[in-house]
Design a protein around this ligand. Structure first.
Ligand code: ZN
Length: 327
């Protein structure tokens, strides 16, 4: 039933990290294998750029399309996910943060994780960037709480303040970040991206430094989007690609950004949340979370999650609405 109603509503799945042994929220090779096989057996898998090329050619979305997308450019994609995609011959889109691939920067939440992994005790209270940090012992629960609190704080402030905040945390806690990115947070290499692109993995754009584009100046947003496009072209050749807004929540983009992404030549772009809009707006296409939760995976891939948003919107906006057309 859902499959029929959702026939021309592609589902775009969003992954971040892969691991073995399993880590909560990350896809283990075992789960990912089952998910890719399920998609291959029942749906039509596309990379995001192929999906939009199909739409351009035929004037509509392909039937029963599912797109696997993976953000950021961590090396675990090559180690765990790529062998499975190759095994089932399923395409996908990987959104690469080019400064990260170049080894010039860590992805900032990893710096917070790195600090917390080294923290057993906070010697004294301090105030940083208007956030109070309390003294005392730190256990696993405490680390989880602090991670949430510090990441939430970093997401609220400007890009520049965010870096000052994270550097300040390390300073106050007597820690010095290593010069190169530690293995657990390491990026893919350009050679690996090359190999995967040759197989049919689309390498899409995800900015140069992974800021929230909603919190930087228009000039900076432009240089993040165009700069990332140019680096991808330099290393991987000229071809059509798509784009992904870092963080991807409503506050991470504004009206200007889809226009900039289009001007840079990207064929489309994705956010990081689902709602009733689905894939209707090519430069703000919605995505569904996937990872280690099979229930969430089935809800997303079947279209039930999207349908839920459509029904919720219809009933909330039009209480007396009688469904007489399928979206
Ligand atoms: Zn990202």
């Amino acid at each position: 039933m859902a499959k029929h109603i959702c026939k021309h509503q592609p589902r775009i799945l969003m992954y971040h990290r892969f691991s073995n042994p399993p880590v909560t929220g990350w896809a283990s090779p075992d789960y990912f294998d089952r998910q890719v096989k399920y998609i291959k057996d029942r749906y039509n898998p596309y990379s995001l750029v192929e999906l939009l090329q199909y739409q351009r050619e035929f004037g509509k979305m392909p039937p029963h399309a599912v797109v696997i997308t993976v953000d950021d450019g961590y090396r675990d994609f090559y180690d765990y996910a790529f062998p499975i995609l190759r095994k089932y011959n399923v395409p996908a889109t990987l959104f690469a943060t080019t400064g990260f691939i170049d080894g010039r920067l860590w992805l900032w939440p990893d710096k917070i994780t790195w600090i917390l992994e080294r923290l057993n005790y906070i010697p004294n209270d301090f105030l940083i960037n208007s956030l109070k940090v309390k003294s005392g012992p730190v256990d696993d629960n405490g680390r989880r709480e602090l991670w949430k609190q510090w990441v939430a704080h970093a997401l609220l402030v400007s890009d520049e303040e965010k870096h000052v905040f994270i550097r300040g945390l390390a300073d106050r806690l007597g820690l010095v970040f290593p010069d190169s990115i530690p293995g657990a947070f390491a990026p893919l290499s350009w050679n690996q991206l090359h190999e995967m692109q040759a197989f049919g993995i689309e390498i899409g754009g995800h900015t140069v430094t992974h800021p929230s584009l909603g919190r930087v100046s228009p000039a900076q947003a432009r240089s993040e989007i165009f700069g990332c496009r140019d680096v991808l072209k330099e290393h991987l050749g000229e071809r059509e690609r798509t784009f992904c807004y870092p963080n991807g929540q409503p506050s991470d983009f504004n009206d200007l950004l889809p226009e900039l992404v289009r001007e840079a030549g990207f064929l489309g772009a994705v956010t990081a949340f689902p709602d009733a809009v689905g894939t209707r707006d090519r430069y703000l296409m919605r995505r569904h979370v996937s990872g280690d939760d099979m229930f969430q995976f089935h809800k997303a891939v079947s279209g039930v999650e999207w349908l839920g948003h459509v029904l919720r919107r219809e009933y909330l906006l039009k209480p007396s609405y009688i469904a007489d057309e399928a979206e």
